[in-house]
Design a protein around this ligand. Structure first.
Ligand SMILES: [Zn+2]
Ligand SMILES: [Zn+2]
Length: 548
């Protein structure tokens, strides 16, 4: 739903999921017991991981679409060009006291009706919840937080929202005609401006940029003393425009009479230390609409960039990160369009090209002339014996796969044991370089653990037939060292009729062939667990303990 809060979206999910208890929905979505939604609940990351698609972009989307954070972001004091993306979430940058402001939940009764009739669901609007907002930006009515008839609150601590299709306990229905009170123009304007700020999704801006933007605009609007801001004059103008009543409604500190240093453009710990409502109010007064605010912030940002004639001393990891990131960008471009020149780079990766020319020119030149790639592409030379050795494996491999009492697993050591030379006993990478054909034969014929188990069990079945033993697990354990679990799993999986199989002489190769599995078989589905050995014993022990 457009401009919907997270609480509302989760509540609708609960309604549509058919979950009986709200806690089930919280466990489904967040993997935790019910909690109260702050501005940026940390459980959002779990939800982002559980939704289909990329967790990172899910998180961004949830934050931008369903939380009030986009209204906080421009005032959070974070730099716009902060290279690390996760910083832009600025999770730590929402002052704690703000989180408690809109616990109550504010609704426009006209919006509830409108949404029910036009969208099929009433829901909780994000813009209505912003601090200081008391009117609906669309209808101009005062917002309410409780049933108009019995004053039962719409939002209660960790409870989800009830859907407005059901009557309130007092019998009030959301579709009943409403007598909503019209808000004052001041409150309506403030609500509309807050809504715009939220929808504009403004980027994070460093406090220096924000602060000088406020100062410049104040001077421009006549609240200056030379180049500096005249706070008293600005304050006076704000009080005249909004009036004491509205100001008190929007700003709690103002209502409480704390008006000393009410306007603060200095910072505490990299943040202009004012509550969001006051930022929005001052912005509304100074810029008038969100469009102008955005425009002025953009200009200020550009000015700030040009003013930095002396580049700040860069720390070592920063340069390293930039180099890696910019090199990667150029490589990506080259991969998409090989043999492109520096002009192409300027056009498509201005920032990266500029940085690399200034700081890493040799690399950029080498990569553009193709010499970096030629280094990578240097073909290693194969050993002249490669072909004949590969042929030897191919001719003799079936011998390794014979079914006998002393059969060996066709692993690397045993396959290479077929060769008259130890020259191939190298690391995998080296072997692939020097003996590519031998390496290919190895990949082709290497036996999986489960295929080897199968061969041992096939041999055991053939022995039962030959020795006239009853075809049971006990006989298997006597004949073979393969784990009994493997025996049971294989007999069940291939649906072997053991009585029938063992009543005549049995060709083990034929039985193996009938299974139809490859030499790289991963075992019956669900059995890709460790078998035998220490790990297996531990697992079995754990299972027994759980059962007992
Ligand atoms: Zn409304
Ligand atoms: Zn009621």
């Amino acid at each position: 739903m457009p401009d919907e809060t997270l609480l509302s979206r989760v509540s609708r999910y609960h309604f549509l999921s058919g979950n009986k208890r709200e806690s089930e929905t919280f466990w489904d979505l967040f993997g935790t017991a019910p909690f109260m939604f702050g501005i940026l609940p940390k459980q959002l990351e779990t939800l982002a991981e559980r939704l289909p698609g990329d967790a990172g972009s899910n998180l961004q989307e949830l934050i931008n679409m369903n939380t009030a954070f986009p209204a906080y972001r421009p005032f959070s004091g974070l730099a716009i060009d902060s290279a690390i993306a996760r910083d832009s979430l600025g999770v730590a940058r929402v002052p704690r006291r703000e989180g408690l402001v809109h616990q109550k939940g504010k609704f426009c009764l006209a919006c509830i009706q409108h949404d029910m009739l036009n969208l099929g669901h009433a829901y909780m609007h994000r813009a209505h919840q912003l601090p200081g907002v008391s009117a609906c930006w669309r209808h101009g009515f005062l917002l309410s937080s409780a049933c108009p008839k019995c004053s039962h609150p719409f939002v209660r601590s960790t409870k989800l929202l009830s859907n407005f299709l059901d009557d309130c306990a007092c019998g009030w229905n959301a579709l009943a005609p409403v007598n909503s009170t019209e808000a004052s123009d001041i409150d309506k304007n403030y609500a509309l401006f807050s809504y715009e700020v939220l929808q504009f999704n403004l980027p994070a801006i460093s406090w220096q940029t924000l602060s000088s933007c406020y100062r410049r605009q104040s001077v421009k609007k006549g609240y200056g003393r030379g180049e500096l801001i005249n706070k008293a004059k600005l304050m006076q103008s704000i009080e005249q425009t909004y009036g004491e009543e509205s100001l008190s409604r929007i700003d709690g500190a103002y209502a409480a009479g704390k008006r000393h240093q009410w306007i603060r453009f200095t910072t505490t710990r990299g943040q202009i230390d004012m509550p969001l409502a006051r930022h929005i109010l001052i912005c509304h007064h100074l810029f008038g609409d969100a469009d102008t605010l955005q425009q002025r912030l953009r200009e200020e940002f550009q000015l700030g960039r040009h003013a930095k004639t002396v580049a700040p001393v860069k720390t070592q990891p920063d340069v390293k990160n930039k180099r890696t990131a910019f090199r990667a960008k150029i490589r990506m471009l080259l991969e998409a369009k090989p043999a492109s020149g520096v002009d192409y780079m300027w056009e498509h990766q201005y920032q990266a090209t500029r940085w690399l020319i200034e700081n890493d020119k040799a690399w950029l030149q080498s990569v553009l002339s193709g010499s970096e790639q030629s280094v990578i592409r240097k073909e290693p030379t194969a050993d002249p014996r490669d072909k004949s050795l590969a042929d030897t494996i191919s001719t003799n491999i079936d011998g390794l796969y014979e079914i006998s009492k002393h059969q060996k697993r066709a692993n690397i050591t045993n396959i290479l044991g077929l060769l008259p030379t130890a020259a191939v006993r190298l690391t995998t990478t080296k072997r692939k370089e020097r003996f590519p054909l031998v390496s290919h034969q190895l990949e082709l014929h290497m036996e999986s653990r489960w295929h080897f188990l199968l061969r041992r069990i096939v041999w055991a079945v053939a022995e039962m037939a030959r020795l006239n033993l009853p075809p049971t697990s006990t006989s298997h354990d006597m004949l073979s060292t393969a784990p009994r679990q493997a025996w049971v799993a294989i007999v069940n999986f291939f649906e072997w009729d053991l009585e029938k199989l063992t009543c005549t002489d049995l060709d083990p190769q034929q039985l193996l062939k009938l299974t139809g599995v490859t030499r790289q078989w991963n075992g019956p589905p669900g059995h890709d667990m460790p078998m035998g050995g220490h790990a297996y014993q531990e697992q079995i022990q754990a299972q027994r303990e759980r059962l007992s």
